[in-house]
Design a protein around this ligand. Structure first.
Ligand SMILES: Nc1ncnc2c1ncn2[C@@H]1O[C@H](COP(=O)(O)OP(=O)(O)OP(=O)(O)O)[C@@H](O)[C@H]1O
Ligand SMILES: [Mg+2]
Length: 461
């Protein structure tokens, strides 16, 4: 059997030095599901090794989410520890891209002293549902050629006493002088707008966006410039613009708790039409959410918005209790539900459901919920696959090992777990270094394995 060992920590080579300097986290080698166009898994691709059936199933789920046919359904990744469940969920999120919301949560996170369990779940579900809002807005866009605040007669020269601001904007087809109220002046100050900048102002909210310096002011080319130069805007200063913004339902909930703030905030101002009552201040309540939902439904019906159902991923799902499961069960039926992906390593068909005294169920998940789940199993790896995963991780962590050392690690993995030997890689590298060896030898592996116990040995002591 051959094991691929790739050269690494050679301090002079900048690429490997970078790799060594970058912290390699548990899943940093995972870059997607590694599937072919027809949906079949490539044995070694995108950081993944083996686990083909589960990866293919995950690919199908990605396809269903993309085509919006999965909303309100759920997937359970079940399998022994260290078989790549979390890695697959992560790969799902990578495959979905950043247009589709992905909200990860760990089962134990719902148990907070301050917030109700169901509230944590509700908030996460709403973070996992996106909305793409299209809005045609009237905007002023141009280069600032005049910026003159006018004081109230008789008052001191402080921003508070400004009566209005005169702003002239120049575009390709003419210049326009605008008289604006003091709040716009504050926004201009906040955006640090000066003469010669190209800016965009929304006519109804007064939100200001600085686009950059106008090209005409570029004097010479520097190698390093802090400012971005943009061309003089085309057409008239006043124009209609179609703006598209992606927000989550949770963003909308939050924007509606303090609508006046939201309108002033440049980021959320784009969804000005999604604000219910601009003067009211409140908390996120059931009622507020219902109102937001109604508004969202109106947007969807009228075609101004499109729903982007995303994914709520709950790792260590066995940590949830009956109350949470019941909540999820019901929430999945709502028309605005994300795709739910659960992962658990609890095996066996009669595990106690948390929060009950005597309800036993497979994976510790109540049957009502299990019935709605598509279940994907991940299975234990063979020696070959483990060796390949070790090779991939060694490369990512920037450690070099003799093939015999990797085989030794593989042997250890067979009696312990993949997770354990992956943890051993770095200590092995340190041991090798201490012995002034550039490459990990089988001896380092044996040493590290005696220094750090696996769970079985630790429990036996
Ligand atoms: N098929 C694979 N290819 C490459 N790396 C893998 C594969 N499976 C697992 N790994 C890596 O092995 C380690 C353990 O996997 P992971 O954390 O995904 O397991 P898990 O099934 O979530 O375990 P647990 O039940 O303990 O949460 C991670 O570093 C992961 O990236
Ligand atoms: Mg996990």
């Amino acid at each position: 059997m051959t094991v691929e060992v790739v050269p690494s920590v050679i301090p002079s080579s900048s690429a490997s030095a970078q790799a060594a300097a970058k912290r390699a986290s548990t899943h940093s080698h995972i870059r997607g599901l590694g599937l072919r166009d027809d949906g079949t898994a490539i044995q070694m691709e995108a950081g993944f090794v083996g686990q083909s059936a589960a990866r293919e199933a995950a690919g199908l789920v990605v396809e269903l989410v993309r085509t919006k046919r999965m909303a309100g359904r759920a997937l359970l990744l079940a399998g022994p520890p260290g078989t790549g469940k979390t890695a697959i969920a992560l790969a799902i999120s990578q495959e979905l891209g950043d247009k589709v919301p992905f909200c990860p949560l760990v089962g134990s996170e719902v148990f907070s002293a301050e917030v109700k369990k169901t509230e944590v779940l509700m908030e996460s579900m709403r973070k996992a549902i996106g909305l793409r809002i299209k809005e045609v807005k009237e905007v002023f866009e141009g280069e600032v050629v005049e910026l003159q605040p006018h004081m109230l007669p008789g008052s001191e020269a402080s921003t508070r006493a400004i009566s209005h601001v005169i702003l002239s904007l120049r575009a390709n087809k003419g210049t326009r002088t605008l008289k604006m109220d003091p709040s716009v002046y504050e926004s201009l100050l906040r955006a640090r707008v000066t003469l010669g900048d190209v800016i965009l102002i929304e006519s109804n909210s007064g939100a200001v966006k600085r686009l950059g310096r106008c090209d005409t002011h570029r004097q010479q080319h520097y190698d390093l410039e802090a400012d971005e130069y943009v061309p003089l805007p085309k057409g008239e200063v006043t124009k209609k613009r179609e703006m598209i913004q992606e927000v989550s339902l949770h963003d909308l909930d939050q924007a509606n708790t303090r609508p006046t703030m939201a309108a002033a905030n440049d980021m959320v101002s784009m969804v000005g039409q999604a604000l219910l009552n601009p003067t009211r201040k409140t908390e996120i309540t059931e009622k507020l959410r219902r109102e937001v939902d109604r508004l969202v439904n109106r947007f969807i019906e009228s075609g101004t918005a499109e729903l982007l159902p995303g994914v709520l991923f709950i790792d260590e799902a066995h940590m949830l209790d009956l109350e949470c499961f019941t909540f999820l069960n019901r929430a999945l039926e709502s028309p605005l539900a994300p795709v739910l992906v659960l992962a658990t390593n609890r095996q066996g068909c009669d595990l106690l459901v948390r929060g009950t005294d005597d309800v036993l169920a497979p994976h510790g998940i109540p049957r009502e919920l299990l019935d709605r789940l598509l279940i994907v199993r991940t299975s234990l790896y063979g020696l070959d696959e483990m060796l390949h995963i070790l090779g991939v991780r060694a490369r990512i962590e920037g450690v070099q090992a003799e093939p015999a050392a990797l085989e030794e690690l593989g042997k250890v993995a067979q009696t312990t777990s993949l997770r354990y030997v992956l943890q051993l890689l770095s200590p092995c590298a340190v041991l090798a270094q201490a012995a002034s060896r550039p490459i990990i030898s089988p001896e380092d592996v044996r040493n590290a394995a005696t220094l750090f116990l696996d769970t079985k040995r630790s429990a036996a002591l």
